[in-house]
Design a protein around this ligand. Structure first.
Ligand SMILES: Cc1cc2nc3c(=O)[nH]c(=O)nc-3n(C[C@H](O)[C@H](O)[C@H](O)COP(=O)(O)OP(=O)(O)OC[C@H]3O[C@@H](n4cnc5c(N)ncnc54)[C@H](O)[C@@H]3O)c2cc1C
Ligand code: SF4
Length: 486
């Protein structure tokens, strides 16, 4: 490992230590060159130092709590010994996008939260940062290679959705030699990795180099192509030997309040997509004319999950005049990652806890939010304290733009796909056999958020890998049947 060259400020030490890529308030290096140039030596030393802190405990709780069962202790040991290529090989053998998970997994709830050193009060090994470092190095060194298929197969799989579930499944099946076509209604591959999660958490070049290398490995991407509009599910079933539905969940939950139709009240995805497209260099009319740009405005974000945190932190980076986050429960009961809330607070976001919007007021566009104060009552069916409105507690908040980040539900796929027989659960997620991940339609499988409901990237990757295995078995059985008939 190289020796540290420059002296780091306390703030900088802190941000590296907690495994984030964003340095203190508003000084965010958005470009990869800035990041690599400024921090390379320091990160290299820190990764080795962190990796060597792993106690190699008998029961690897970190691995047990990683949805991909990543072999964390072993790749930490290899990193500590400076054997980075081997560490990379091991890490990528269980994860299709380690550099993505290293950046955006809520590690405090998964691997790092269960690190024995963390449990004993000495601060976790920053597993995510090391995972990111190993794979970023692999990309720089040219160790990440396109898939080389030795044995091309005639059977083909059509995948609907180029998010992490579809991409992981596509990669696993392509490695086995199947012909893979991924259809997506967006103009870019990556799903929420590209247009949902902001650049300051996951730089877009990281997503684009992944999808490009998959394309080089023979996966065909058909973009701007919406199943339901450009083709029906049945037509795709005719075309391919198996289908994977990995369409995610995109129906934004609504607040049905007076004044909801005023201008400048937006769903979170509209705001985040505009910002991400801008970051990718696109012309975005509604951003360029100021409509979807937070600069100089008083912004109010409604919601307490990770999407809300992404909206408040994006607003800060767009130089909003003020940013408030309205949440009906208290800090302890926030659904979002505690780390994300801490980041937002540090960056200057004001949290208005125990508050619920009552009415939007303005002439044509939003000007004021009328808000009720909330008290937490007895636990409801879910076991969480029920928010109850405090009588006569109403107050006003000035707002130039309101962003609604209340979560997502599945779209109505049987209607959208023109496939009324496709069975869904009472929540609208696709019904699958949990052993095979096959839907009620033969040869139609599903994975990721469209099965789980809004979840995490790491779970989408896990589902993608599992469903690929099921599809392989299905295709082998199909092949066997065909050869018997012939
Ligand atoms: C704002 C935001 C921030 C998040 N931050 C994090 C985070 O920090 N860490 C984390 O682990 N998770 C995060 N998540 C959750 C994570 O992004 C998702 O769980 C994950 O992307 C789900 O993967 P997926 O492949 O199932 O679906 P998606 O990523 O949603 O991909 C689905 C794809 O299907 C395409 N599609 C949909 N319908 C059709 C159709 N009819 N025809 C063709 N294509 C179609 C879509 O265009 C999309 O590209 C975040 C989510 C949001 C919304
Ligand atoms: S994939 Fe996520 S949970 Fe698993 S080791 Fe990496 S950061 Fe931790």
């Amino acid at each position: 490992m190289r020796q540290k060259k420059g002296k780091m400020s306390d703030k900088m030490l802190k941000f590296i230590k907690i495994g984030q890529q964003n340095p203190p308030k508003r000084k965010v290096p958005n470009r990869k060159e800035d990041f690599n140039e400024i921090y390379k030596d320091f990160i290299e030393e820190k990764a080795g130092e962190q990796a060597s802190r792993c106690s190699q405990c008998g029961v690897p709780f970190c691995q047990i709590h990683c949805p991909l069962s990543n072999n964390i202790p072993d790749w930490l040991k290899l990193t500590a010994e400076g054997r980075l290529k081997e560490a990379y090989e091991l890490s990528q053998s269980t994860n299709n996008m380690p550099e993505v998970c290293g950046r955006i997994c809520p590690q405090d709830r998964l691997c790092e939260g269960n690190c024995v050193i963390e449990q004993s009060g000495h601060g976790t090994v920053t597993i995510g940062s090391v995972e990111k470092y190993i794979t970023d190095t692999a990309w720089t060194e040219g160790w990440v290679k396109p898939i080389e298929v030795k044995n091309e197969k005639n059977q083909s799989v059509g995948i609907i959705g180029a998010g992490p579930a579809g991409l992981a499944a596509g990669e696993q099946l392509r490695k086995l030699g199947y012909q893979i076509t991924i259809y997506d209604r967006y103009d870019r591959a990556g799903g929420l990795l590209i247009y949902g999660i902001p650049n300051f958490k996951l730089e877009k070049f990281v997503v684009e180099r992944r999808t490009k290398i998959l394309e080089k490995g023979g996966i065909k991407f058909i973009k701007n192509y919406e199943v339901g509009k450009d083709v029906t599910l049945d037509q795709l079933r005719e075309k391919h030997d198996a289908i994977l539905v990995a369409t995610g969940v995109y129906k934004a939950r609504e607040v049905d309040l007076p004044g909801n139709n005023l201008a400048n009240i937006f769903p979170a995805m509209e705001f985040l997509t505009a910002s991400n497209k801008k970051g990718l260099g696109d012309k975005v009319k509604l951003f360029d004319n100021g409509t979807l740009n937070a600069e100089g405005k008083d912004i109010v974000v409604i919601g307490g999950g990770d999407t809300a945190m992404d909206c408040v932190r994006t607003s800060i980076r767009q130089n909003a005049k003020s940013v408030k986050c309205l949440y009906r429960r208290d800090k302890k009961n926030m659904p979002g990652s505690a780390r994300e809330v801490a980041n937002a607070e540090e960056e200057g976001v004001e949290f208005v806890w125990l508050s619920s919007p009552k009415e939007f007021i303005g002439k044509n566009k939003i000007e004021t939010l009328v808000v009720d104060k909330i008290k937490l009552g007895e636990p409801d069916d879910s076991g969480r304290s029920k928010p109850e409105i405090k009588k006569n507690s109403e107050f006003n908040i000035k707002a130039d733009m309101v962003i609604k980040a209340l979560g997502f539900d599945p779209e109505n796929l049987p209607i959208l796909f023109n496939s009324k027989d496709l069975q869904v659960s009472r929540w609208g997620t696709l019904k699958v056999d949990f052993d095979t991940m096959e839907s009620n339609l033969s040869g139609v499988f599903a994975a990721g958020d469209i099965v789980r409901g809004a979840s995490l990237v790491v779970w989408a990757i896990r589902d993608g890998r599992d469903v690929a295995e099921s599809i392989r078995k299905f295709l082998e059985r199909k092949e066997l049947k065909t050869s018997k008939v012939a």
